[in-house]
Write a protein that binds this ligand. Structure first.
Ligand SMILES: C[S@@+](CC[C@H](N)C(=O)[O-])C[C@H]1O[C@@H](n2cnc3c(N)ncnc32)[C@H](O)[C@@H]1O
Length: 259
C-alpha cells in the first residue's frame, strides 16, 4: 500500500515556478522523493474569476500600489479544504505576523496539512486575513516584495523537522535554538590550516570530553551572542557549572587584557 505523506503543503502564489524550482534541491527535494512530504505550488491565477485571470486590483481609498484580490484566495483555499481529509492549517506570510521561531517550526512539523498564502504588492485584501487565516507569520522585521521567499524559509525550516526527513548524520539535534541555545562551532580537516589548529579535544576521540566541550562552547556562544535565549533555556546542574567556568575564563581574559 502506498504510504501517505506525513505533511502536505500547498503554497498559493502568483509565481508557482519560483517555489517549485527552489523545492527541487537538497532536503526539500529528498523529503518529497521519499514520499514523507508532498509540496504543491498552486497558481492563484487558476482561481481568478475573470478571463484575464486577474489576481490584483486598485486599493479602495486610493494610494499607490495594488492589492491582491480576495476571490482567488477564497476559491483556492476552499477547493483545497474540500479535497482534504483533515482541515488544513492556513498560514499567511506577512511582515505583520509573529516572527517565526524554531519552536513554531517544531509545532508546524507535526501538522498534517499546511496552506501557505503568499502576498505581493501592498499585500492581501484584509478579508482573506480575517476569514481564512489561522496564523500570520513573519520571517523578520524587514519587507520583501513577495511571500514566496518567506514561504520557502518556513517550508525549509519545517520540512527538515518532519520525522525521518533528515538522516541520523544530519540530525537537527543540537542545532541552534533547538534547546534555546546556539550550536557549538564546527571544524573539519585539515587539523591545522594556515597555523590555526583544531581544538585538541575534538581530535581526542574521547566522546565524553567532546560532548562536554561542545556543550560548553554552545553555552559560551549563547551567553556571548544571545543572552536572551539563556533566560529561557532549561539548564541542568552541569550546564550551570560549565557556564560558570566560561564566565570565569572570560573574567580572567579580561583581567589579563587590562594589566
Ligand atoms: C511588499 S509586501 C507588503 C507589505 C505590507 N504593505 C506591509 O507593510 O505590511 C508584499 C508581500 O510580501 C510578503 N512579505 C514581505 N515581507 C515579509 C516578511 N518579513 N515576512 C513574511 N512575509 C513577507 C507578504 O506576503 C506581503 O503580502
Amino acid at each position: 500500500m502506498e504510504e501517505l505523506p506525513l505533511l502536505r503543503c500547498d503554497i498559493l502564489t502568483i509565481f508557482p515556478e519560483m517555489v517549485a524550482h527552489a523545492a527541487r534541491f537538497g532536503v526539500l527535494r529528498r523529503a518529497q522523493d521519499s514520499g514523507k512530504v508532498s509540496l504543491r505550488a498552486i497558481n492563484l491565477r487558476d482561481f481568478a474569476v475573470d478571463r484575464h485571470r486577474t489576481t490584483d486590483d486598485y486599493p479602495y481609498g486610493g494610494g499607490a500600489g495594488m492589492v491582491m484580490k480576495p476571490e482567488p484566495f477564497f476559491r483556492a483555499v476552499r477547493a483545497i479544504a474540500a479535497q482534504a481529509k483533515e482541515t488544513p492549517r492556513v498560514i499567511l506570510l506577512t511582515p505583520q505576523g509573529r516572527t517565526l521561531r524554531q519552536r513554531d517550526c517544531e509545532r508546524l512539523s507535526l501538522e498534517r496539512h499546511l496552506v501557505l498564502l503568499c502576498g505581493r504588492y501592498k499585500g492581501v485584501d484584509e478579508r482573506v486575513r480575517t476569514a481564512l487565516v489561522d496564523e500570520e507569520i513573519s520571517v523578520g522585521d524587514y519587507v520583501l516584495s513577495g511571500g514566496e521567499l518567506p514561504a520557502l524559509i518556513l517550508l525549509d525550516a519545517v520540512v527538515r523537522l518532519v520525522p525521518g526527513v533528515l538522516s541520523d548524520a544530519e540530525s537537527a539535534l543540537g542545532d541552534s535554538f533547538s534547546e534555546e541555545l546556539l550550536d557549538a562551532p564546527y571544524f573539519t580537516r585539515p587539523a591545522c590550516y594556515e597555523g590555526w589548529e583544531v581544538p585538541e579535544t575534538l581530535r581526542s576521540g574521547n566522546p565524553r570530553r567532546i560532548a562536554r566541550w561542545r556543550r560548553r562552547e554552545a553555552l559560551r556562544r549563547t551567553w556571548l551572542r544571545r543572552p536572551d535565549l539563556l533566560e529561557r533555556a532549561a539548564l541542568g546542574e552541569e550546564d550551570l557549572q560549565l557556564l560558570q567556568e566560561v564566565r570565569e575564563e572570560h573574567e580572567r581574559a579580561l583581567q589579563r587584557s587590562l594589566f
